[in-house]
Design a protein around this ligand. Structure first.
Ligand code: BG6
Length: 288
C-alpha cells in the first residue's frame, strides 16, 4: 500500500485480526495492533509523515549510530533512507515462520551514505507477526567490506501507555546505567521497579533479556524480549522537553514511553564477512 506521501508501506495481518504496518522509509514499524484493533505503539499527533522527516513514533531503526555521540547525525541514517522489499533473503533458521506472516526488507547503502560512513554493509530486517499478534523483528548486518567496522544500533520503541504516572518497568533493578541527563554519569538502579515522575533518559547496561512494562490503568503488560542487544534505553521527555520538541504534543509525554533494546555502551565490531543479528520480541498480555 502507498500512503498519501507516496511512501510504500506493508501491512501484515494475523488470521485473528492483529496487524503491523511497516514503512519502506526507514524500515520503520508505524503501527502494531492487537486482535481487538487497539494500537499498541505510540505515534505523535504532530508527527511529520512526509520524508525526509522521521515519523515521531512506532519503531525507528537506529543504525549505524544510536544517540548523538559519534560522527553521524543523531540515531544514524538508516531511519531516514528508503528501504526495499527483499524478495530473496538468505535463510534465517532461528525464526519459525510457520503460521505467521512476515516480510523481509533491506537497506542498500547509496554512494552518498558511503561518503558519510565509508563502509560496505548489508542491512536486512525481517518483521514477523504471529497468529497471536506478537511482533518479532530480526536485523542482520553483514560486513561486505575488506576492513572491519563498528556500529551501535537500536529498536527505538515508542510504547503507547494510558498514564505514564501509573507505569512500572521491571527487569532493570540493580543494573548500572548511564544517565544522559547527567553527562552520561554512571549510577546503579536502586529501586525494585522504575516509575516515572520526571524526565528520564538512561542507558541501562547489560540488561537481562526480558523487560516488562506494566500499564496499570489499561491492565496491560508489554513484554520486551531481546537477543544480541545488551542495553536498554528508557526515555520519557516529560513536560518541559515535550514543549521543545516540535513534532511532539505538549501533553503526549503522558501516553508514551520509549524502551529501546540497543547496542549502546560497547559498539559491535564486524570483521570482513562477519554478520551480527539483533532480535526483538514484543508481546502484550492482560494483567490483573
Ligand atoms: C532517545 C534518546 O532514545 O531518543 C534521547 O535517549 C532522545 O536522548 C530521544 O532525545 C529522541 O530522539 P530523536 O532524535 O528521535 O528526537
Amino acid at each position: 500500500i502507498k500512503d498519501k506521501n507516496g511512501v510504500s508501506q506493508v501491512l501484515l495481518r494475523s488470521p485473528r485480526g492483529a496487524s503491523a504496518r511497516v514503512s519502506l522509509h526507514g524500515g520503520q514499524i508505524l503501527s502494531w495492533k492487537n486482535e481487538w484493533g487497539e494500537e499498541l505503539l505510540f505515534t505523535s499527533s504532530k508527527a511529520i509523515l512526509k520524508p525526509p522527516a522521521v515519523v515521531r513514533g512506532g519503531i525507528p531503526i537506529c543504525f549505524p549510530q544510536f544517540g548523538s555521540r559519534g560522527p553521524l547525525e543523531q540515531h544514524g541514517f538508516a531511519r531516514n533512507k528508503m528501504w526495499t522489499i527483499d524478495d530473496n533473503p538468505p535463510p534465517l533458521q532461528s525464526i519459525d515462520t510457520k503460521g505467521k506472516t512476515f516480510i523481509d526488507l533491506r537497506l542498500k547503502p547509496s554512494d552518498d551514505d558511503f561518503k558519510i560512513w565509508p563502509h560496505s554493509f548489508e542491512l536486512r530486517l525481517r518483521v514477523v507477526l504471529s497468529a497471536e499478534g506478537f511482533l518479532t523483528l530480526v536485523s542482520r548486518i553483514r560486513n561486505v567490506n575488506s576492513k572491519p567496522f563498528s556500529f551501535s544500533f537500536a529498536y527505538h520503541t515508542y510504547i503507547s501507555v494510558s498514564d505514564i504516572s501509573e507505569v512500572r518497568v521491571e527487569g532493570l533493578e540493580t543494573l548500572d546505567y548511564l544517565d544522559n541527563l547527567c553527562n552520561r554519569e554512571r549510577f546503579t538502579e536502586q529501586g525494585d521497579a522504575l516509575t516515572f515522575e520526571t524526565e528520564v533518559d538512561r542507558i541501562y547496561l547489560s540488561s537481562s533479556d526480558a523487560v516488562a512494562v506494566f500499564d496499570h490503568e489499561k491492565k496491560r503488560t508489554f513484554l520486551i524480549r531481546k537477543n544480541g542487544l545488551p542495553d536498554i534505553v528508557v526515555w520519557n521527555p516529560w513536560e518541559k522537553k515535550s514543549k521543545a520538541i516540535t513534532d511532539f504534543g505538549d501533553e503526549e509525554y503522558k501516553v508514551m514511553l520509549c524502551v529501546d533494546a540497543s547496542v549502546m555502551e560497547r559498539p559491535i565490531t564486524l570483521k570482513p564477512g562477519e554478520e551480527w543479528r539483533g532480535r526483538l520480541d514484543l508481546s502484550v498480555m492482560a494483567s490483573i
